[in-house]
Design a binder for this molecule. Structure first.
Ligand code: ADP
Length: 215
C-alpha cells in the first residue's frame, strides 16, 4: 500500500504550485477535517467547502467504494467490512490517506471526510502532518440527532442503493460511530480546533453556517 514514487509530487510541481498560488487567489494553506455521524451530510458539505477553498475533498468511504466497484485487491479486502457497517482496519486506512495526501493537489491543503475515525487514526494523522511540518487548521463537527440521521439514510438507500444503508446496518454504524468516533470531538476540542455546526436545515443553509464558522 506504500505509495509508488509516482504518488509523490516531484519537487518542481510543488515549486510551481507555490509560485502560482498568489495568482490563483489562494491564501494560506488550509487543512480541514469534517466529522459527524453517518448521514449528517458530510460528503455533500465536504465537496462544497473544499471547492470554496480550492482544496481537494478526500473521502475514505469514496476511496473504498471506488475500489470495490473496480474490483481491486483493496476492494476485495474491504467489501464485506463496508457491507456490515464495521470499520476498515486502521493500518489499511492510514496507508491510504498517507498516499493520498502525498499527492501534488494536496500541497495547498485538503479536507478529510470520514478520516480520522478512531483515536489511533488521529495519532497516525498527527505523524503524517508532523513530517510535513503542517497541522490541521479546523475540525468541523456537523451535529444532527440520531433519528433525523436514520431517516435520511433510509431515504438515501432508496436513491443510491448503497449496500450499507439497510436499517440494521445503519443502527450498527451509528453505534460504532458513538463508540469509536464521537470521542474525537473531545480530542480536537481540547486542542482548540473544533468548530461545531448545526447540520439540520437545507444544504445551502448548512453550507452558509459552515463558511461563517470558518471565516
Ligand atoms: P458514512 O459516514 O455515511 O458512514 P463513509 O462513506 O464515510 O460513510 O464510510 C463508509 C464506510 O467506509 C464506513 O462505514 C467504513 O466501513 C469505511 N470507512 C470509511 N472511512 C473509514 C475510516 N477512516 N476508518 C475505517 N473505516 C472507514
Amino acid at each position: 500500500m506504500k505509495g509508488s514514487s509516482a504518488d509523490v509530487a516531484p519537487p518542481w510541481i510543488t515549486e510551481l504550485q507555490r509560485s502560482l498560488r498568489p495568482q490563483l487567489g489562494g491564501g494560506a494553506d488550509m487543512r480541514l477535517i469534517i466529522l459527524g455521524p453517518p448521514g449528517a451530510g458530510k460528503g455533500t458539505q465536504a465537496s462544497r467547502i473544499a471547492e470554496h477553498f480550492g482544496i481537494p475533498a478526500i473521502s475514505t468511504g469514496d476511496i473504498f467504494r471506488a475500489n470495490i466497484k473496480n474490483e481491486t485487491e483493496l476492494g476485495r479486502q474491504v467489501k464485506q467490512i463496508l457491507a456490515s457497517g464495521g470499520y476498515v482496519s486502521d493500518e489499511i486506512t492510514n496507508a491510504i490517506v498517507e498516499d493520498r495526501i502525498a499527492q501534488a493537489d494536496c500541497e495547498p491543503g485538503f479536507l478529510l471526510d470520514g478520516y480520522p475515525r478512531t483515536l489511533a487514526q488521529v495519532g497516525a494523522l498527527d505523524g503524517m502532518l508532523a513530517v510535513r511540518e503542517a497541522q490541521i487548521d479546523r475540525v468541523l463537527e456537523l451535529t444532527v440527532d440520531d433519528d433525523a440521521v436514520v431517516g435520511r439514510l433510509l431515504k438515501r438507500a432508496e436513491v443510491e442503493g448503497r449496500a450499507d444503508d439497510t436499517e440494521d446496518v445503519i443502527r450498527e454504524r451509528m453505534a460504532i460511530y458513538h463508540r469509536e468516533t464521537r470521542p474525537l470531538s473531545d480530542t480536537y476540542r481540547r486542542r482548540g480546533a473544533l468548530v461545531a455546526v448545526d447540520g439540520l436545515g437545507s444544504v445551502d443553509e448548512v453550507t452558509a453556517r459552515i463558511l461563517a464558522a470558518l471565516t
